[in-house]
Design a binder for this molecule. Structure first.
Ligand code: RP5
Length: 169
């Protein structure tokens, strides 16, 4: 992205990247400039801490963190910034993401992480939540989000009509 990033999407490992495609594509759909980085709370702790501390002065408004297993990335990042942090728990063996979810969601009072669900649905919702936050100060973006919801609802209603037609045929 050439425009100054408003959202930073960081992940604990290259192995998380495929899941984050849904996050990237949703941010792109809404025209949100973002940056993507790989860094780890455990394997590169200094880089993760420095990055978290630098986000605000670099114009980042929301940070999305994806991590699996003992998923501490979002919590560590949140401890180093007052920007909103959204966490996406990755699905990993052998506990299928429940380990990641609990590691991420169980933040001590005082340092919140807005944890979405595991895997690809979580990746998409993380992007949409970032859009909602940015839309608070951006009327055009708020309009786009409302239109997205209308289009989504229309698809459900169309599927319902299709089902009714099929059942009543
Ligand atoms: C976490 O450990 C990463 O976010 C990843 O989900 C998980 C496994 O990492 P790799 O061993 O695949 O690099 O830090």
């Amino acid at each position: 992205m050439t425009e100054k990033a408003l959202v930073a999407v960081i992940m604990g490992s290259k192995s998380d990247l495929a899941v984050l495609e849904d996050c990237f594509s949703t941010l792109k759909e809404f025209g949100i400039p973002f940056t993507g980085r790989i860094m780890s709370a455990h394997r590169t702790p200094d880089i993760a801490a420095e990055f978290a501390k630098s986000c605000e002065k670099n114009g980042i408004k929301v940070i999305i963190c994806a991590a699996g297993m003992a998923a501490h990335l979002a919590g560590v990042v949140a401890g180093h910034t007052t920007l909103p942090v959204i966490g996406i728990p990755m699905i990993c063996e052998p506990f299928n993401g429940l380990d990641s979810l609990l590691s991420m969601v169980q933040m001590p009072p005082g340092i919140p992480v807005a944890t979405v669900t595991t895997g690809k649905p979580g990746a998409k919702n993380a992007a949409l939540l970032a859009v909602s936050i940015l839309a608070l100060a951006d009327k055009d973006l708020s309009g786009k989000l409302k239109e997205f919801r209308r289009a989504q609802a229309k698809k459900v209603s169309e599927a319902d009509v299709e089902l009714q037609n099929k059942l009543n045929a």
